[in-house]
Ligand binder design. Structure first.
Ligand code: PLP
Length: 475
């Protein structure tokens, strides 16, 4: 297969050049109905529908099938599916296609909300694996091998192990060893690799999840590769899970009018990744190292030593400064970080080096930054008491109960009727069905005070809980 080919993108361009008359949707009629000065017009030329020769995502046999096969060949999968609703839909379809009602699933607890939503929709019985707290990094990373081993021994009947790899900050672990451990117990491994679509592009980047032997892998092409937002891939390479069971859910969950713009950007993003040479990537790494050095000149933070994905630059803000305030200063100089937590600012470097002008802008912004007023240092959070923990009540039991809005101080001891989700990163600090602890409430208050946003309607007043308060009392 020739990785220089982009069959879907090429066919769309060829079609647009014919200037066809549209007696079909979409209503913008090849962009002609947009006002002249909008940016939409050029893009709209490729924003097509399932016309003759343009194939159909839900029953591909032409250019979409070819583009998916090229992607499968590059990433090293038996099957690849193009997704137009992000890794969110990929994670949900991966779970629904692999797990049946009431089946036990081992799940890394600090996962994206889409994993938890998928588990709830499937009616699965999650067993959460607590991540270890890394004192040096100042955050939770991933469950240890010991925790995973313990969970497999305790739940040999588990139908899947679901992991996030790499994490938002580019941290990885020995996934190959973990997969071998799970496979030895005939447990398939499903990986949310939303942040790792580019790992195949260089030997100096961590091993990709497919290379590590994972069964199903979901990647946000739009996060680290040049693809349009919401474009993602789902790959399958498994003797345990069939692609048809996942396809069934993708057909249910994805739009019946998937965006050809997104699909074509998945085709071109794969070509982009496939054509990076080791030399390109080495030059990029040198540029990233230089930027890291430049950022290290500030005495407001330390630049974290990166032991995983070197495109992630983590600024560990010195105790006493509020990261959000520092990020605001960067933003006022036109520099926008990806994520701000109570301790870190995360910068995501692209797959090309910055221009000299942009580097100079960063240099000036850093040297102009003045130390803001000090705030009390943030205490380390310890949220997980048990390394391996089931939900306090099942999703089915929760269905029978009425959630009530509960003030924060009264919520302690109750069962959470909603996940509490700081965003970004979208990893629930408290998952629906868990018992609310004092540590959760303290952490949520601390994050609120650090200007971290939450995707919860009632966050100022409290949260939805199942009343009855104490553990087990209600159910
Ligand atoms: C770990 C992880 N998984 C899944 C997702 C969802 O990805 P998408 O935005 O492509 O739907 C995100 C989004 O930030 C994420 O961080």
């Amino acid at each position: 297969m020739n990785q220089l080919d982009t069959p879907l993108y090429d066919r769309l361009v060829q079609f647009a050049k014919q200037e066809p008359i549209s007696f079909h949707v979409p209503g913008h009629k090849h962009g002609m109905l947009f006002e002249e000065e909008t940016f939409f017009q050029t893009a709209a030329l490729l924003d097509q529908t399932e016309l003759t020769g343009l194939d159909d995502l839900h029953a591909p046999e032409g250019v979409i099938a070819e583009a998916q096969e090229l992607a499968a060949s590059f990433f090293g999968a038996k099957h690849t599916r193009f997704l137009v609703a992000g890794s969110t839909v990929g994670n949900i379809a991966m779970i629904l296609g692999s797990i049946k009602r009431n089946q036990i699933v081992l799940v890394q607890r600090n996962c994206h909300k889409s994993i938890l939503n998928g588990l709830e929709l499937a009616g699965a019985k999650p067993v959460f694996l607590a991540p270890a707290y890394n004192e040096v990094k100042g955050r939770y990373t991933h469950p240890t091998q010991k925790t995973i081993q313990k969970a497999i021994q305790r739940y040999p009947e588990a139908k899947a192990l679901i992991l996030t790899y790499p994490d938002y900050f580019g941290t990885v672990f020995d996934l190959k060893e973990t997969v071998e451990m799970a496979h030895a117990s005939r447990i398939p491994v499903l990986v949310d690799e939303a942040h790792g679509v580019h790992l195949k592009a260089a030997k100096t980047l961590p091993l990709s999840a497919l290379e590590a032997g994972a069964d199903v892998v979901v990647q946000s092409a739009h996060k680290m590769a040049p693809a349009l937002t919401m474009s993602s891939y789902l790959h399958l390479n498994s003797e345990y899970i069939s692609i048809s069971s996942i396809d069934r859910y993708l057909r249910m969950l994805q739009s019946s009018s998937p965006s050809y713009l997104l699909l074509a950007s998945l085709d071109t993003a794969r070509k982009y990744l496939a054509t990076r040479t080791e030399r390109d990537m080495e030059k990029l790494r040198t540029a990233v190292d230089a930027l890291r050095k430049l950022l290290s000149a500030s005495d407001l933070w330390d630049v974290e030593k990166q032991d995983g994905d070197w495109l992630k630059i983590v600024l560990r803000v010195h105790a006493g400064y509020q990261p959000r305030q520092l990020a605001n200063m960067l933003e006022s100089s036109g520099i926008y970080p990806e994520l701000v937590t109570d301790r870190h600012i995360l910068l995501v470097h692209g797959l090309e080096a910055l221009s000299e002008d942009d580097l100079n802008l960063v240099r000036t912004a850093i040297s102009d930054m003045e130390a803001p007023a000090c705030i009390p240092p943030v205490q380390a959070a310890h949220l997980f008491s048990e390394p391996v923990q089931e939900l306090a009540v099942s999703y089915a039991e929760m269905e029978e109960q009425q959630p009530v809005l509960t003030k924060w101080d009264e919520a302690i001891g109750c069962i959470a009727a909603e996940s509490i989700i700081p965003y970004p990163p979208g990893i629930p600090v408290l998952a629906k069905g868990e018992i609310v602890t004092k540590q959760h409430v303290e952490m949520i208050q601390l994050w609120k005070n650090s200007s971290i946003s939450f995707q919860n309607e009632h966050i100022e007043q409290g949260m939805l809980t199942y009343r009855g308060t104490n553990e087990g009392e209600l159910f």
